[in-house]
Design a protein around this ligand. Structure first.
Ligand SMILES: C[S@@+](CC[C@H](N)C(=O)[O-])C[C@H]1O[C@@H](n2cnc3c(N)ncnc32)[C@H](O)[C@@H]1O
Length: 263
């Protein structure tokens, strides 16, 4: 009798568990991801570019790279006025997002490697690379997307293995933004900041060419604390950081500047 009660109890328990499981609605990642990209036209001086991107951020995932940011507008305006500087160079871009900067560079450079750490962002980046590779003239550089998370030794190891002679130029636009999107989380700014690992990665890339390489960073100011952190971090890594003349400007109501950073 006792056995029977236990079995009956167990059966009831199993049924209740199954019913509870049925009530739990599991939302997978794709529920939060908007990948309704629109083909959008951008103009930088005489350069016209079309690529897929979102018009506004719609999720709380780390998907900032689905949009084109003011830093990219600043950097692309600067590069489009200085295309001679890009002729024949081998370039790596950090935090490429949809790829607007690297794709512009591919019109003038010898080789362009676009990188990001987010797998959804890498998907739209590859979509844009495909779009451009099909319409590119033969003189355009080969465009490649690679996963590179700042401070990640495995990712960096792969990059060094594939590109052992390094790059002439490292580019970055608006690539410290995550910290500012979630200020309430940031009681201690340093522990969650993406700036130290970013500069670790930049230093490794600059050292690949024994110093014959520079980092061009399009910086858009959103907080005084961040302005100081970027400059301090470059100095802490033994780098020289200087503003490029006449690049301080207002972009989408924010103050931006182009920095040139060298070992
Ligand atoms: C604000 S978006 C800028 C995208 C693009 N450069 C632009 O200006 O439009 C920042 C980019 O950096 C990437 N990113 C953020 N943290 C990163 C990290 N730790 N390692 C590599 N990429 C990162 C994001 O996925 C995103 O594409």
């Amino acid at each position: 009798m006792v056995m029977k009660l236990n079995q009956a109890g167990m059966e009831r328990g199993k049924q209740e568990e199954a019913a509870e499981e049925e009530e739990i609605v599991c939302l997978d990642e794709s529920f939060f991801i908007n990948d309704n990209y629109q083909l959008t036209t951008f103009t930088f001086g005489s350069q016209v570019l079309q690529l897929f991107c979102l018009q506004s951020s719609s999720t709380d995932y780390d998907l900032t790279g689905q949009l084109v940011w003011p830093g990219a507008v600043l950097l692309n305006d600067y590069l489009s006025k200085n295309v001679k500087m890009l002729q024949g160079l081998s370039v790596i871009e950090l935090g490429s997002g949809v790829g607007i900067t690297g794709i512009l560079c591919s019109r003038f450079c010898h080789e362009v490697v676009l990188t990001d750490h987010n797998k959804e962002v890498l998907k739209v980046l590859n979509k844009n690379i495909e779009l451009h590779s099909s319409s590119a003239t033969p003189s355009c550089a080969g465009l490649v997307a690679e996963k590179l998370e700042w401070g990640n030794d495995d990712d960096m190891g792969q990059i060094i293995q594939r590109y052992p002679s390094g790059f002439d130029l490292v580019l970055g636009a608006d690539i410290y933004i995550l910290q500012l999107l979630f200020p309430s989380v940031l009681n201690s700014s340093h522990s969650l900041s993406s700036i130290p690992p970013l500069f670790d990665t930049v230093e490794q890339l600059l050292r690949l060419r024994g110093g014959h390489c520079k980092f061009i960073l399009a910086y858009v100011s959103r907080a005084k604390m961040m302005d100081a952190m970027v400059v301090d971090e470059a100095i802490r890594h033994g780098m020289k950081i200087s503003e490029v003349n006449e690049t301080r400007s207002v972009v989408r109501n924010l103050e931006g500047v182009i920095y040139e950073i060298k070992l």
